[in-house]
Design a protein around this ligand. Sequence first.
Ligand SMILES: Cc1cc2nc3c(=O)[nH]c(=O)nc-3n(C[C@H](O)[C@H](O)[C@H](O)COP(=O)(O)OP(=O)(O)OC[C@H]3O[C@@H](n4cnc5c(N)ncnc54)[C@H](O)[C@@H]3O)c2cc1C
Length: 398
Amino acid sequence: MSTTYDLITVGGGLGGAALAKAMAERGARVLVIERERRFGDRVRGEALAPWGVAEARTLGLEPLLRATCGHELRWIDLAFAGTQVSHRELAATTPQATGWMSFFHPAMQETVLEAAIKAGAEIRRDARVRAIEPGRTPAATVEHEGRTTTERARVVVGADGRASAVRKWGGFTVRRDPPRILFSGVLLDRHQAPDETSHIFFHPLIGRISLLFPQGGGRVRAYVGYHKDAAPPDAGRDVQCFIAESVRAGVDPNWYAEAIPAGPLAIFEGADHWVEHPYRAGVVLIGDAAATSDPTWGQGMSLTLRDVRVLRDALCGNDDWDRAAHAYAAAHDEHYGVIHRVDGWYSDFFMQIGDEADARRMRALPFIAEDASRIPDTPFIGPDFPAGDDVRARFFGE
Ligand SMILES: Cc1cc2nc3c(=O)[nH]c(=O)nc-3n(C[C@H](O)[C@H](O)[C@H](O)COP(=O)(O)OP(=O)(O)OC[C@H]3O[C@@H](n4cnc5c(N)ncnc54)[C@H](O)[C@@H]3O)c2cc1C
């Protein structure tokens, strides 16, 4: 059956828009269906790790982001139970030779979607996919401007985020980790945190973490993570409670003295949920739809861009898109598997509360104090570097 499109993406967030750009500029006919007329603050990722910046580079997005909304955080400061333990220049110590890139998520989304349009993709906004029919020429039922149409393509890509309906329509089975961390965030103006540095405050003794990602000009995306048994009832509802908990995690209260919210406060269940082998019968999943990683460790956007690059290369390298999409899905399981494993170690080490967790930290921390490289660098440098049992044993001082 002939199709109007090679590829339809359900969702035009980071994953859908980046894939649309990448495929349209290689000559594919791409349709993007995006629900939002304008993007708003949904409290999402606003710090791209160094390995994600490198992925953005390979997709031609890094210069665009830097020129529009990106702000480089060359440094990372780590504090443990209120004491600063390291001040690291990421741009000088990562293989990718860059720090984190921070941005306002909706501004990043508009930039990437605009780039997809320039590359030749067709975008329908304020439009909704209502159903998917998997198969040799999969179809999407689309509502737009009061009309319902059926659009067919060689592949349909579910890029519809952490609450993906494409997972269900495509017949995928979703796996979940047990609940462990609750993660909240809010955008603040007039914040006093140093502007070129990302800040992570671990406080495992009380099951807290706070992360600050400045965006320039006193604007900061602030997050607080809680062990699920240690979150106060107002954690995701009240900004003053959020600030108090960030200070408890170790942030200097003076940084918050004049801070005012610039967007909503929201709280999320942190546990990973994912699909194994995210391709079947003409339907591919990418980004959060394929694997929603625990936001505490800031890997979601980097994983999304890795999915986009790997899928683009597979589809552009093989006329048989069924085979190509299977190859993508196998590669996805590999790179997400590494990140998932190491994120789990971080959660065990930094967020677990109780006697056993305290004993593990007591054993490991003296070694880490002597050699901070015992903490695996995976969340900064990505899944291509060793992260086997020996790395875990070194981290845990075993
Ligand atoms: C609190 C929090 C903090 C985070 N912090 C970080 C961080 O610091 N660093 C990091 O790398 N990652 C972080 N993440 C993760 C990051 O936000 C996600 O991994 C990333 O946004 C995933 O992009 P996506 O394109 O897959 O999904 P989304 O960004 O969710 O995009 C999905 C799009 O699909 C559209 N859509 C959905 N259903 C339909 C439909 N039926 N029809 C049409 N359109 C539809 C939506 O409107 C949306 O635009 C964080 C996440 C959270 C929740």
